[in-house]
Design a protein around this ligand. Structure first.
Ligand SMILES: Nc1ncnc2c1ncn2[C@@H]1O[C@H](COP(=O)(O)OP(=O)(O)OP(=O)(O)O)[C@@H](O)[C@H]1O
Ligand SMILES: [Mg+2]
Length: 346
């Protein structure tokens, strides 16, 4: 059912089907070899699409703007977002173009590492004009996901966020990986107009090295969902320097650290939230699947922000949302409702 009334949150960016297949223990066999795997799942994907569903699941009124093709994949995305309470009336259907698609090939093992193959399709056609007309001064907050999949929007994002802020709307950005590994493309300008910035640890390191002129060694831009070794590399001092380097670029940095939870700054001091203990919520071993955990995390943090919560409380809710989302295959199937997320973050 579509959300009633003006949205609390407008999410702009990528919404593409995710096809998840696995497990594949060794290398993928080419030469037209058919490999049978245990499971295949078709579900809502795209960083922005998953974030929008997570926010709606928490009870926010959410609208989404993005570009899909006039094809089965596009109709699937619009239907699924609508069924999850996201208003898609601002979405643009591009005639004759293919909707984007991501295939995730999952490896066995506790951390569910995966390879991702993305055909961006018409995701890249999203423009600032499309977002402006969907925003129309109505939402309280705008979130953009997958900056590097949006080459037409990216150069205009700073101006768009600036206008939104003037209209009293707050802004957030989850770039995801920079597929060309350069971390430029107007990101510095966009960050100056961003209130909340949601990189994972590898993305944060790469941006700090590229735009902050300092920080620990640049990451590859690889989106390391496995994430288990992230905090092993950074000590407390390094983390604080990293956060302060990013904060100097403009936004409040909220850095996601996989199984280790997340860190941010509250009045200049580092605050952390551990990924909540899974046992009371789901006795089965977690995680089942970390796809979209970072996007569900973003939804939780934006929820707290819109309630006017202190940063530490928003961080705890966000990590609960991220971790609980790992209980089922894909990004949206296990996203928690508000009560469940609050219970896990208490
Ligand atoms: N292996 C895990 N075990 C428990 N919780 C996890 C795990 N991986 C992620 N999470 C939860 O999800 C949150 C965000 O995850 P992560 O750091 O992987 O973000 P990300 O890299 O942006 O994810 P995405 O793949 O969606 O882009 C973490 O802060 C944590 O709460
Ligand atoms: Mg991410």
């Amino acid at each position: 059912m579509a959300a009633a009334g003006p949205p609390d949150l407008l999410v702009a960016g990528d919404a593409v089907p995710d096809i998840i297949v696995g497990d594949v223990a060794g290398e993928i066999a080419f030469g037209q070899a058919e490999t049978l795997v245990e499971r295949g799942v078709l579900t809502v994907g795209g960083s922005s699409g998953i974030m929008a569903c997570g926010a709606a699941r928490l009870g926010l009124r959410v609208a989404f703007v993005g570009v899909v093709g006039d094809d089965a994949a596009g109709r699937f995305m619009l239907d699924e977002l609508t069924a999850r309470g996201v208003d898609v009336s601002g979405c643009v259907v591009a005639p004759g173009r293919a909707t984007g698609l991501t295939v995730h090939v999952v490896r066995p093992g506790a951390e569910r590492d995966r390879a991702m193959l993305t055909a961006p399709g018409c995701v890249a056609e999203l423009t600032a004009a499309m977002v402006r007309s969907a925003l129309a001064g109505r939402a309280r907050h705008i979130h953009v996901g997958s900056f590097y999949l949006l080459p037409k929007l990216a150069p205009d994002l700073a101006a768009l966020f600036g206008e939104a802020r003037k209209a009293g709307c707050t802004t957030s950005l989850d770039t995801q990986g920079d597929w060309e590994g350069r971390w430029r493309g107007g990101l510095g300008d966009a960050l100056r107009a961003t209130d909340l910035y949601f990189p994972n640890r590898d993305e944060a390191l790469a941006v700090a090295a590229s735009l902050g002129g300092r920080g620990p060694a640049a990451g590859s831009g690889r989106n390391d969902a496995a994430g288990d070794d992230r905090n092993d590399v950074l000590g407390d001092g390094d983390l604080e320097r990293l956060l302060k380097t990013l904060a100097a670029l403009g936004p409040l940095p909220v850095v996601k650290c996989g199984a280790q939870g997340a860190v941010t700054l509250e009045r200049g001091t580092v605050v952390r939230a551990a990924a909540p203990a899974a046992a009371p919520v789901a006795p089965a071993a977690l995680p089942i699947d970390t796809i979209g955990a970072g996007d569900s995390f973003d939804a939780g943090f934006v929820y707290g922000h819109l309630q006017g919560w202190p940063v530490g409380r928003s961080l705890a809710l966000a990590t609960a949302c991220g971790t609980l989302s790992t209980r089922a295959a894909g990004g949206v199937a296990a996203q928690p409702g508000l009560e469940e997320a609050l219970a896990a973050s208490a």
